[in-house]
Design a protein around this ligand. Structure first.
Ligand code: DGP
Ligand code: NA
Ligand code: NA
Length: 214
């Protein structure tokens, strides 16, 4: 039996204002401090041509049909898929700020009959599958107390409420995906400790001697 350990694929998901980017940065730093090689990523990756058009859409500078923008977000992940796989096989742990879970729920939250959760999932099937997905959950009240939302497309309380409901639906639907809900309404350090416990457990797990799932 091979004892080669691959890197892990870890995703931090959550609502806007859940403290996702802060916790993402801390997981990366903590893992590096523990001696792991880490590749930090985020989606949308606004630096590619596809990502630039996503950025323009989110800032309200361009219009896109709902299915079209859905497929662009997905394509933005697919254009990075090979580099994720390569890093992991090389023993580097990849930690991503948002991934296809956001992709599925933010589109389905638009409430169109022709854009269901199941439809939204299809273009994402086959992307490298996370070993651990942490969903940072906050109530609309906590999110509002944290200073309200920014000016981008989806940052309204109606949209966030729908997104939250759909994240919960996705947890029920998951096909063996390891989504763990984290109460992100607590203090930063408490949330960080909770997250790191789960991450450390994963890093010691024997599944990291097996190939990444698809
Ligand atoms: P962020 O840079 O993490 O604040 O994300 C930008 C916004 O885009 C945020 O409101 C969540 C949304 N978003 C992220 N990924 C996707 C996706 O794949 N599809 C859709 N429709 N929205 C997404
Ligand atoms: Na945001
Ligand atoms: Na993002």
């Amino acid at each position: 039996m091979s004892t080669h350990r691959r890197g892990a694929l870890i995703v931090i998901e959550g609502l806007d204002r859940a403290g996702k980017s802060t916790q993402h940065a801390r997981v990366c730093q903590n893992l590096r401090n523990q001696g792991h090689r880490v590749k930090s990523m985020r989606f949308p990756d606004r630096t590619t041509p596809i990502g630039e058009s996503i950025g323009a859409y989110l800032r309200g500078e361009s219009q896109q049909e709902d299915h079209v923008i859905h497929l662009l977000f997905s394509a933005n992940r697919w254009e990075a898929a090979a580099s994720i796989r390569t890093a992991i096989e090389d023993g580097t742990t990849v930690v991503i700020d948002r991934y296809y879970y956001s992709g599925i729920v933010y589109s389905a939250a638009k409430g169109r009959d022709d854009l269901s959760l199941r439809w939204a999932r299809e273009p994402e099937v086959g992307l490298p599958r996370p070993d651990l997905c942490l969903f940072l959950d906050v109530s609309p009240e906590v999110a509002a107390r944290r200073g309200g939302f920014g000016n981008e497309k989806y940052e309204t309380s109606v949209m966030q409420k729908r997104v939250r409901e759909l994240f919960y639906e996705l947890v029920q639907l998951r096909d063996g995906e390891d989504i763990e809900i984290v109460d992100a309404g607590r203090g930063i350090e408490v949330v960080e400790r909770d997250i790191m416990e789960k991450v450390v457990r994963l890093m010691a797990h024997t599944k990291l001697t097996r190939h990444l799932r698809i």
